[in-house]
Design a protein around this ligand. Structure first.
Ligand code: SF4
Length: 322
């Protein structure tokens, strides 16, 4: 698809999500701090970053499970961050989420049939449509058999439970699904099967994914474009192949250097970052990465770099390219 033919499905415009700390010392936690980007219809936008960088908070804000402190979120051109009540409930049909731990989000006292009925009951659709047929169709879509309908979650394997999580997310025919570390809790072989399933469903149903992972290798396998987050900010955004070819931000370089290459000659030297990720309640001034960046200069300690398009579709927030 040519760049000018792409349709924006989701737009985050200067989104900030701040939380009050649990005690006075903790202050305000700036989980997401002035993030703007777009997700195109039919793409998988992968977001990667270390634990605590704000990627899950951002994902939940995109579908309004969390309200932004400032800024706006648009879905299909409508500002959903300004919606409330029934209007917002209707949007939930269009925007769903798959969580990391399927065991924690499937009610252990309900059968798989009851679990898959829930979305239709919440939206009062069970009386006006053939929900049984739809539930069977959902099971088929995720590669499970109808005999699973009478089972309870504890009777299923981890991979099967995640398939149920995916089926539930698909129930109301959403446009976008937030995959929040959706394969992180699975064994590597099951992980590959679930990634393949997500890819097949995307093509078959015309879905759009916001795919969150701390593992760049996993994000690479499924994403069309990748956003790299560091301490509540987007550090770099680019198409998968652009990023593979040339990454600019020193943080992205460090993340990528940790991925083993099949061809050892193409393996970049491992960049080991020093120090811990600073607290999001007290982020460093200037560039947030300067306390760990091997290329930091005096300017980086004072001035904050802005996310700038340095090649078509390739955005970088670093003074080295501004
Ligand atoms: Fe490193 Fe400076 Fe670029 Fe930040 S702005 S990533 S500290 S070189």
């Amino acid at each position: 698809m040519a760049a000018d033919e792409k349709q924006v499905l989701v737009k985050a415009d200067h989104v900030k999500v701040y939380f009050k700390g649990t005690d006075k010392k903790a202050g305000v936690v700036k989980a997401v701090d002035d993030v703007s980007f777009e997700i195109f219809k039919g793409e998988t936008f992968g977001v990667v970053g270390e634990s605590g960088c704000g990627k899950s908070t951002l994902g939940r804000t995109l579908i309004q499970l969390i309200k932004p402190t400032e800024g706006s979120v648009f879905l299909d051109g409508k500002e959903i961050s300004a919606m409330k009540g029934n209007e917002l409930k209707q949007i939930r049909k269009k925007a769903q989420i798959i969580f990391q731990d399927p065991s924690a989000c499937l009610n252990p006292r309900r059968t798989i049939r009851q679990i898959l009925m829930e979305p239709f009951e919440i939206h009062r659709m069970h009386k006006v449509m053939d929900v049984d047929a739809r539930v069977k169709e959902l099971l088929q879509l995720v590669g499970l058999d109808t005999y699973h309908l009478s089972r309870y979650p504890h009777e299923l394997s981890g991979g099967q439970k995640q398939r149920i999580g995916i089926a539930r997310a698909l129930a109301l025919k959403p446009d976008i699904i937030i995959c929040d570390e959706a394969v992180s809790a699975l064994d590597v072989s099951v992980q590959a099967q679930v990634l393949n399933l997500l890819q097949e469903l995307k093509e078959k149903l015309g879905l759009t994914y916001f795919f969150i992972s701390h593992n760049l290798n996993v994000v690479y396998q499924i994403s069309d474009r990748v956003g790299v987050m560091y301490l509540g900010k987007m550090a770099e955004i680019a198409a998968y192949d652009q990023l593979y070819e040339k990454r600019y931000h020193p943080y992205t370089e460090a993340l990528l250097s940790a991925i083993p290459q099949i061809n050892q000659e193409g393996q970049p030297e491992r960049i080991r970052l020093q120090g811990e990720v600073p607290s999001p309640s007290n982020p460093p001034a200037g560039c947030r990465f300067h306390t760990r960046c091997p290329k930091a200069s005096e300017k980086c300690r004072i001035a904050e770099p802005q996310l700038k398009e340095i090649e078509p579709g390739h955005f970088v927030a670093c003074h080295l390219y501004q």
